[in-house]
Design a protein around this ligand. Sequence first.
Ligand SMILES: [Fe+2]
Ligand SMILES: [Fe+2]
Length: 378
Amino acid sequence: MGKELKFNNGKFKIMVLGDIHERLVIESREDELKQRDAHKLFEMGMKAFQPDLVVLLGDTCSEYQECENYTLLHKEALERILKPILKTGVPMCYCLGNHEHDLGHEKEIVEAYSMIENFIGVNDESAPGDFNCNILIKDSKGENDILNLWFIDSNNCAEDREISNYDWVHKDQIEWYEKKAQEIKDSHNGKTIPAILFQHIPVYEEYELFREAKPYEYFWSTPGYIKPYKDKRFIKKEGVEGYLGEGPCSPDINMGQFESWKKVGDIKAAFFGHDHLNDFTGVVDNIILGQNKTSGFHAYTDGCKAAIRMITIDENEPDKINTRIYHFKELGLTSESLGPIEKRINDRTSMNLHKLGYAGAVLAGAVGIGAIIKHFKR
Ligand SMILES: [Fe+2]
Ligand SMILES: [Fe+2]
């Protein structure tokens, strides 16, 4: 706690993990294999990229069990789930996901994180919500703050599900962010420190990264998730990188969080979890919006897709954010928990192509057998 972060030889590297959804307690051989696969991914990420910070985007461990001390049980689960990272001593920070809120034990979960030495973010008591904070990063010499990181609590489901399925970052949280950003600016001689924001539920503006699909693009398109776009299908706009596997599950209405970032002007990039399939990255109004698909093996899937995201910032250009997704398979890892088809396939499009291929092979086989039978009947 309270550890100071700084650039290392001119760079600052962040490894980001999306919705791990690990078990509170390992109960079966399947649980064990899934955790083993996740550990392989974390271990490889730490070894290959040597991050200076690891960020969890929420929905990390979303189970509750009646017990004497849930804080302790949750802490033990986190220590088990994150073992390959914790043993390196690299600092970590996290966001709360809707599933952590779902349990109704946020206070205990926040306390569990605070008991683990690696976790450096401290909830700002002046902020509404259960876990909101910011962390300033110094240059390599440890002299000046040159980068700021925000961790924002995007809450749970909306109170009125007629208005929106998922909740939004509330007005009082936005006011807190604006006030805090002004304080940071004032304490740095009026200079705006470039910032990266991490949050579980994505902002409404992610839909600006897509265009409506044309009828012939149906096979490659994705249906919208939120109310205004439910009847539409989408394709990524040119320049948007990565995979769009599902309509982003942002709030159904726009409550102005993104507009507030534009007004303040500090946020250069924002990264979200919540959608387990999406890993796209694109730019809206000069702000990078990036999705992290799941980094675990329990969440819903359309193929062997567990991935990590790396973010690298150069000391000389702290407002330029470089980022890339690395998939489990791409890192040369082999799954022990996925089925024979899933473990070979990356996403739904390739899954569909494979199914089409199998259907073609079966059809060709049937035609062949029919021809042979016909031949012998003669
Ligand atoms: Fe979620
Ligand atoms: Fe999730």
